[in-house]
Design a protein around this ligand. Structure first.
Ligand SMILES: [Zn+2]
Length: 81
């Protein structure tokens, strides 16, 4: 699975609506790929913050998430610098 595929499927994976085989491959990718693992953590943080009405989504996390989505939409592979 590529980082681009992970970016497209991550939301469904975290919502628990991704079918078993793909979920397993995505999970394996998150273990191997530090960058996608970080993106997954960011999604989780936002989900938790949204679920907790007292919580506030850190604007930094939202900006990072938006940038990630835009990169995926353009078809760029994430580049580690
Ligand atoms: Zn990746």
């Amino acid at each position: 699975m590529t980082c681009g595929e992970v970016g497209k499927l991550l939301q469904r994976y975290l919502d628990g609506t991704l079918a078993g085989g793909r979920a397993a491959r995505l999970s394996a990718h998150l273990e191997d790929c530090r960058r996608c693992g970080l993106e997954a953590d960011t999604y989780e943080l936002i989900k938790k913050a949204l679920a907790d009405s007292r919580g506030q989504v850190p604007s930094e996390s939202l900006a990072r998430l938006r940038a990630f989505g835009e990169r995926i939409a353009r078809g760029d592979e994430p580049v580690e610098r």
